[in-house]
Design a protein around this ligand. Structure first.
Ligand SMILES: *Cc1c(COP(=O)(O)O)cnc(C)c1O
Length: 413
């Protein structure tokens, strides 16, 4: 990988920013400081152009096409599958299913894997899950009597690995955990989590929505059964995401939705499904968005990834150092191994008020529960303020964020 051999000094943040048209706009009379990347990232020209080019030059429905446009669209669409497989370190494009996003990927596994579960079977989640990796499992609890067990989160924001091991019984069928927390930034030990799950005969799914953005991912090295991520947080379009399933899982699982594109043959009294992965892709997919996701993956691969991550780390370090000096601050997610996400509270200041006041200075941060109610309950808070960084953010923006936070605080306290 060339990313390892280039030097950090080669990382040119201004050149990177120039590729993102939205970053040059003003908000409320100030330059935009976009620190809401964990909710959705902005898009480079390469992605915007790729999507526009589909609409402009080679749009048609994919598969089964007997004309040139259909073939071009299909080729570009399927090229993203190969790119996604390579991006994740997956052995073959056949292991990749396109979804709307991480949420649909998890719902697919909950539905298809869930069909094989019975009352009393157990699933292990963690207290730091996004609601999209909780609610689909609640469906199985409500509808089938599946039992959900929870890996506790430690005070510094890691998983309690001792407690994790104690949760397994001979009824444990699946572990479903986040690879990197969208609130704490914690990067969980995926290989170890997988090893332990497999020792107990359970399958394991990772919600890689943040990890795919903030660290290199290799599903073969992790050894997991399932991995999902979402395109719009990886500088790609909304509506296109990826589910990876190892080995012959896709052959073994029942299809998720029925419709066109997922069948080989349909008669009045029988149906033969299409081969994998198409068996899991009913209906017309998000054609231009999937092709745009391919452009986003190319764009990320074109980054000096190690230098970009080092830059993100420098942004996080500066933000956390500045935050630590504020009186009454509480920082969440204090493990060493974490992505560029800073969550905090200031005593006496409601997170929503802080975020709204910071917006007056052009600073976009998110405040609230971040779709992680159980984690908020774990810490006894209703929400946090979250600043999440991308490689296109600058040290000057971190300083603008801290300055806006100080002003917002002075209004409130
Ligand atoms: C954003 C997010 C999701 C949900 O992604 P969608 O694109 O809304 O499907 C799931 N998990 C984590 C950790 C996230 O950050």
């Amino acid at each position: 990988m060339t990313a390892h051999t280039k030097t950090v000094a080669a990382f040119d943040v201004e050149a990177l920013r120039a590729q993102f048209p939205i970053l040059s706009r003003q908000v409320n009379g100030h330059p935009l400081v976009y620190l809401d990347n964990a909710a959705s990232a902005q898009k480079p020209e390469a992605v915007i152009d790729a999507v526009a080019n589909v609409w402009r030059t080679s749009y048609a429905n994919v598969h089964r096409g007997l004309h040139t446009l259909a073939n071009e669209a299909t080729e570009a669409f399927e090229a993203t599958r190969t790119k996604a497989a390579e991006f994740l370190g997956a052995a073959s494009a056949c292991t990749i299913v396109f979804t709307k996003g991480a949420t649909e990927g998890i719902n697919l596994i909950a539905s298809s894997f869930g069909q094989e579960l019975e009352a009393g079977d157990e699933i292990i989640l963690s207290q730091m899950e996004h609601h999209s990796n909780i609610v689909p499992w609640h469906f199985l609890r409500e509808r089938k009597g599946v039992v959900i067990k929870w890996i506790p989160v430690t005070e510094d924001g890691g998983l309690d690995m001792e407690a994790y091991q104690q949760l397994f019984t001979d009824r444990t069928k699946l572990v479903s955990v986040v690879h990197m927390s969208n609130v704490l930034g914690t990067a969980n030990p995926a290989q170890e989590l997988t090893r332990i799950a497999h020792e107990h005969g359970a399958a394991i799914l990772f919600d890689g929505t943040q990890a795919a953005v903030h660290m290199p991912v290799d599903v073969a090295e992790i050894g997991c059964d399932f991995y999902v991520f979402t395109g719009h947080k990886l500088y790609g379009p909304n509506g296109a995401g990826v589910l990876y399933a190892a080995g012959d899982w896709l052959d073994r699982l029942a299809p998720y939705q029925g419709g066109g594109e997922m069948i080989a043959e349909v008669s009045e009294d029988s149906v033969v499904y299409a081969d994998v992965p198409h068996k899991f892709e009913a209906g017309t997919p998000a054609i231009a968005d999937v092709i745009g996701l391919g452009a986003a993956i190319d764009w990320v691969n074109g980054l000096d990834r190690m230098a970009a991550l080092t830059h993100e780390r420098a942004l996080l370090d500066r933000a956390e150092a500045g935050l630590a000096e504020i009186e009454g601050i509480r920082l969440f997610g204090r493990t060493q191994d974490k992505g560029a996400i800073a969550s905090f509270l200031i005593d006496g200041a409601h997170p929503h008020d802080l975020a709204q006041l910071m917006d007056k200075y052009g600073v976009a941060v998110r405040a609230g529960h971040h779709c992680a109610h159980p984690l908020m309950k774990r810490y006894g808070v209703v929400g946090t303020v979250r600043a999440s960084f991308a490689p296109y953010n600058t040290i000057e923006e971190v300083d603008a964020f801290l300055a806006a936070l100080h002003k917002a605080k002075s209004f409130l306290i």
